[in-house]
Design a protein around this ligand. Structure first.
Ligand SMILES: C[S@@+](CC[C@H](N)C(=O)[O-])C[C@H]1O[C@@H](n2cnc3c(N)ncnc32)[C@H](O)[C@@H]1O
Length: 243
């Protein structure tokens, strides 16, 4: 049996997805308010930047992987127009339910799909754009998920990976202090769950850094990959072109 990371714990590969499911089942109802509190609203700017870089055109077909409560899907849906398509997918039913309700409240009907990013139920070359925001970190076999995202993209299609990354050295001590002392406390007060937010901080530390993820994307079939550091590398947007 192979082992993988669940935060700082080494766990059996078979166990990771279940532990991740437990985290998102626990936080789903408070997920959006926690995002605003923890990032002081910055997650909105990171996502807005990703949407701007996506340069969606009317008629595009877009798949948002690990889309959770649907922030990116909502932004894409208003850009693809009546002739386009946005699919919001996630492995977690509690997160997708929150996403569905929020989209309906905004008057948007977006197809939802409960699926594992490591086995996408689409034919090859289906989408113009695939996005994954703050989701890749939680996947057991990241190479497999990236290869799946490459497979379902049309040639010339783009993958956007928005994810926590390696912060610039001058900020790392303050960032560690915030992550390991403040985040779990906010998690306990607001969501009644410190452990899930400790997992968040730990999972960021064991996630591939900017250069490593870039080379993983190249191996997965993205001939060209650009990296955009945001907030001094707290987050990075990787943009891969399938070619
Ligand atoms: C931190 S949330 C991000 C949600 C949303 N993309 C956003 O940016 O707000 C991570 C999401 O990844 C999903 N996820 C984790 N592993 C997954 C997998 N193997 N396949 C699909 N989704 C997965 C979780 O269920 C969760 O909804």
């Amino acid at each position: 049996m192979s082992e993988t990371h669940f935060g700082f714990d080494a766990v059996d590969e078979q166990a990771k997805a279940g532990r991740v499911r437990g985290v998102f089942d626990s936080v789903a109802r408070k997920y959006d308010v926690m995002n605003d509190l923890m990032s002081l609203g910055l997650h909105r700017a990171w996502k807005a930047y990703a949407v701007a870089v996506a340069r969606i055109r009317a008629g595009d077909r877009v798949l948002d992987v690990a889309g959770g409560t649907g922030d990116l899907a909502r932004a894409f849906a208003s850009r693809v127009g009546a002739g386009g398509l946005v699919v919001l997918s996630d492995i977690n039913e509690s997160m997708l339910r929150q996403g569905r309700d929020r989209l309906l409240d905004d008057g948007l009907i977006v197809p939802l799909l409960l699926c594992d990013a490591e086995m996408l139920p689409f034919a090859g070359a289906t989408f113009d754009l695939v996005s994954v925001a703050f989701g890749l970190r939680n996947m057991t076999h990241k190479e497999k998920a990236l290869a799946e995202m490459a497979r379902v993209l049309k040639p010339g299609g783009r993958l956007l990976v928005l994810e926590f990354s390696k912060v610039a050295a001058p900020f790392s001590k303050a960032y560690d202090w915030y992550s390991f002392n403040v985040l779990p406390r906010i998690g306990r007060w607001v969501a009644g769950d410190a452990a899930s937010y400790r997992y968040l901080a730990e999972s960021i530390r064991v996630h591939p850094d900017q250069e490593t993820l870039k080379s993983m994307m190249k191996t997965a079939g993205f001939g060209h990959v650009d990296v955009h550091n945001l907030s001094a590398g707290v987050v990075a947007l990787h943009v891969g072109i399938k070619c």
